[in-house]
Design a binder for this molecule. Structure first.
Ligand SMILES: Cc1cc2nc3c(=O)[nH]c(=O)nc-3n(C[C@H](O)[C@H](O)[C@H](O)COP(=O)(O)O)c2cc1C
Length: 186
């Protein structure tokens, strides 16, 4: 798939099944992440891959965090969180690890990490791998951060779910560039 086609046709796949991407596909997807724009080449990111039984452990962690946030969690809410990480064979937790640099504020490092995610989504799409960037409010809870082993200065930017796409890609809503790009009037 050529680059513009990939850019113009990428969609998220909420429904993903086994198998996880192959080693070769993952290497290509991860290399794409590492080509994100990165001021001063700080590599302000790291990623944790979560597969198999560890997905259930992540579900448990989400439930624990949700109970800390709101002790009246219903059984249905608990079950939804337990099942959430099982929606794909592979999750990649995206972590921004800001480094100190006098010319590169933390915001730029967050933006770099987000660009790395987009590169991964596009590479996955180009390879026929289904993917979706997901967070869920509870993923910002301190307990989740600790459970995943993040340092205090690090931020969890969500999870990229990857697998075999299920169902048809959703139709892409055409947008008019003129609604978003306008000449500066000076
Ligand atoms: C940081 C971030 C977190 C997101 N978290 C969720 C989420 O938890 N659940 C969800 O349904 N969509 C989430 N989305 C949106 C989807 O990833 C997706 O972009 C959206 O459904 C639009 O679909 P499209 O990518 O096919 O255009 C998130 C997007 C971003 C950028």
């Amino acid at each position: 798939m050529d680059t513009l086609t990939a850019l113009h046709t990428r969609v998220s796949f909420p429904r993903l099944s086994e198998p996880a991407p192959s080693e070769a596909q993952l290497e290509a997807i991860y290399q794409a992440a590492l080509r994100a724009p990165d001021h001063a080449m700080l590599r302000p990111w790291r990623f944790l891959t979560i597969t198999g039984e560890q997905r259930s452990q992540l579900g448990q962690l989400l439930v624990e965090a949700a109970k800390l946030a709101s002790p009246q969690l219903t059984d249905a809410e608990e079950n939804k969180l337990l099942q959430a990480p099982l929606r794909a064979p592979l999750l990649v937790a995206v972590i921004c690890s800001p480094r100190f640099h006098e010319k590169v504020p933390e915001l730029e490092q967050l933006l770099s990490t987000a660009a790395a995610v987009q590169n991964m989504l596009l590479a996955a799409h180009a390879l026929g791998v289904g993917a979706m960037w997901r967070t869920g409010l509870i993923s910002y809870h301190e307990h989740v951060k600790q459970g995943l082993g993040l340092r205090n200065t690090e931020k969890l930017l969500g999870f990229i779910y990857m697998g075999q796409p299920l169902g048809q890609p959703k139709p892409i809503q055409p947008l008019d560039t003129k609604d978003y790009f306008q000449p500066w009037q000076g």
